[in-house]
Design a protein around this ligand. Sequence first.
Ligand code: SAH
Length: 398
Amino acid sequence: MITTQVILKKGRDKSVLNRHPWIFSGAIERIEGQPQNGDVVDVWNDKARFVARGVISLKSQIRVRILTWTLYEEQINDDFWYRRVDRAIQGRAALANDPTTNAYRLVHAEADGLPGLIVDRYGPWLVAQFLSVAVDRAKATIVNALAEFISPQGIYERSDTHSRELEGLVSMAGPVWGEVPPDLIEIEENGFRFLVDIKAGQKTGHYLDQRENRKRVMPYLSGQEILNGFSFTGGFCVYAAAANAGRVMNIDTSEPSLYIAEQNMKLNGFSQREDIYVAADVFEIMRAYRDQNWTFDAVILDPPKFAHNARQVQQASRGYKDINLLGLKILKPGGILITFSCSGAVSEELFQKIIFAAAVDANREVQILERLQPGSDHPVLVTFPESAYLKGFICRVW
Ligand code: SAH
């Protein structure tokens, strides 16, 4: 097989040599050969020096996703995919031995050397997303590797996301190996029980990236009346109840998620509480509270991704500032703001600046008490800052 050669423009090899795993179309001088979408390509700089080997995506702005920087040793074959999947699994050994948790991320895409591949483990079930043409091509091999290494009851695919379209791939969802999971499965997270809708829930069914943060916020919530914005299936609500919080108002636009949130509370023995579940827009609800001078002891804001790429950062910053400004305005003096951004393109530094701007506008004093990030199953690759996508602060607001 003759590999296609991708030759970069002068000076555009720097980020690749610094092991950033994406090559944008604008960095490419020319392509020698006629690659099909998803073919393995070798990347060279303008002085004919080998730079990296990856997979070409003819549709995406991210034209090449790098798989290896080693020229001769590393061929992209079944063995390669097995090695990478194995490495990702090894990296989760500590979590695999945790007796109170059976759900965690097994593969975290680029940060695990598997561009565009997400695999979440929910006890005996695996849920996979093949979000780049690179891993989509290798799907059968990757599925076999997962089956062999983990021996799950079944593997379910949830590649039904918008990012697939950007790669020129069609949306796909359904069982790919073993048994088909039931409509709702139960997982254990830090000793708490959660129902997960693998087949129809958001993403892979549960936001595993907040597992450690849900625990971290508990000491701040005891006795507090809480607005839990973007509550989804009640993750923060369950932990808040376990911390003896006062009433929690859960707000999410997704009614099916709120229904599961109520079930999750019951499942953990918290059915005798006065919590509220509101299917509404968090912005609108908070504006109404601001206008009525209704205040809370704690506000949790865990919105969906506002910036999907670098071009959207400015607009996203306005969105983050708006909700945090509203959150600050409805907090009692001495109240707690727990605020997150899961936009890879918004750095922690920028997010802190946004909170600063909101604090100035709200005329409130804001102290950062703790900085939050996902658990060790969502590693951050130092050469790929975008993998530090989830950041958050626990703040005291005066
Ligand atoms: N905190 C949750 C995860 C939140 S994910 C957890 O710990 O599990 C983001 C949630 O925001 C999704 O459930 C989505 O349905 C909801 N959402 C998106 N836009 C919204 C809006 N404008 N108002 C309320 N909820 C919204």
